[in-house]
Design a protein around this ligand. Structure first.
Ligand SMILES: [Zn+2]
Length: 135
């Protein structure tokens, strides 16, 4: 019976003490303060095309040096879709975890590619700024 599973989940949620949630939140905050993210070469993207244009998924990352105009464009809509790998008898949690992992891998891959592109561009066109000068 479907109601039983939901009841089990609700019971598990209720059984979880609120203090545990707070402990997790505080630990995450502490970790975030202890390890600031490394400075990134990648500027915030702009979205130069309208959502209705068919190119709404295109993000443009522009070189921040005055008068440069160099940019990298990434179209999230044409990113390859890898198959989800799920265990036999998978649950909704497995699907959620697999989707999160795939999204995380994609974001990390894209970040690394953008950072390499910006590093190359800065080294070739703006070497006077030195490594890591862009923030
Ligand atoms: Zn530039």
């Amino acid at each position: 019976m479907a109601g039983t599973e939901l009841d089990d989940v609700m019971a598990a949620l209720r059984a979880r003490p609120v203090a545990e949630d707070w402990a997790e939140i505080l630990a995450a905050q502490k970790a975030a303060q202890a390890a600031p993210p490394p400075p990134s070469l990648i500027p915030y993207p702009v979205f130069p095309y309208g959502l209705g244009s068919g190119l709404g998924g295109v993000a443009r990352f522009e070189c921040q040096r005055p008068g440069c105009g160099w940019a990298v464009e990434v179209n999230a809509d044409v990113a390859p879709i890898e198959p989800l790998i799920l265990p036999a008898g998978f649950t909704a949690d497995d699907v959620s975890a697999a989707l999160s992992e795939r999204a995380g891998v994609r974001v990390e891959t894209q970040r690394a590619e953008l950072e390499r592109a910006f590093r190359e561009h800065l080294g070739e066109v703006h070497p006077e700024d030195g490594p890591g000068a862009a923030h």
